[in-house]
Design a protein around this ligand. Structure first.
Ligand code: RB5
Length: 153
């Protein structure tokens, strides 16, 4: 789904640990030509990352083709929560290669990163790689495997 003026949608969220980086990343993603919606948090007061991960996951689920970007201290809690949603494939990336492969082979639709793990400039590079890399949808094996991720256990 496209947002304002046909731009692709990105929903971004963080807890307190990623609040500052989220603001920087939101502007950066907008500069890449995406329509970015900030789901919170909106200050540095301590908050619970699952609440933000849940809301971003719901938005990505509701808007086909949208991406989510989630930042907490490590990226772990955001990934764990987002991956509980059936149609979410959240990838925790600490470098560009992980981001690229999560798109190419796993059709990841949510990127998570750790503000206490990865510096801001690297986060920007990871985000750009994630958003610009297409899923290798011509490869039957990737489609088959991604469909298996979504199977109920
Ligand atoms: C908050 O202190 C921290 O636990 C959280 O940001 C995140 O790293 C959890 O996965």
């Amino acid at each position: 789904m496209m947002g304002e003026k046909g731009k692709k949608l990105v929903y971004i969220g963080s807890d307190h640990a990623g609040f500052k980086q989220k603001a920087e990343l939101k502007s950066y993603i907008e500069s890449l030509g995406y329509f970015v919606t900030d789901i919170g948090c909106f200050n540095e007061e301590s908050c619970d990352y699952p609440d933000i991960a849940r809301e971003v996951s719901e938005k990505v689920t509701e808007n086909a083709g949208a991406f989510g970007v989630l930042i907490c201290g490590t990226g772990e809690g955001m990934a764990m929560t987002a991956n509980k949603f059936k149609n979410i494939r959240a990838a925790l990336a600490t470098n560009e290669e992980l981001a690229e492969m999560s798109r190419k082979h796993n059709d990841a639709n949510v990127l998570t990163m750790g503000a206490r793990i990865t510096d801001l400039e690297t986060m920007k590079k990871i985000t750009a790689k994630f958003l610009s890399t297409p899923f290798e949808s011509s490869e039957e094996r990737h489609i088959r495997r991604v469909n298996k991720i979504g199977q109920e256990s």
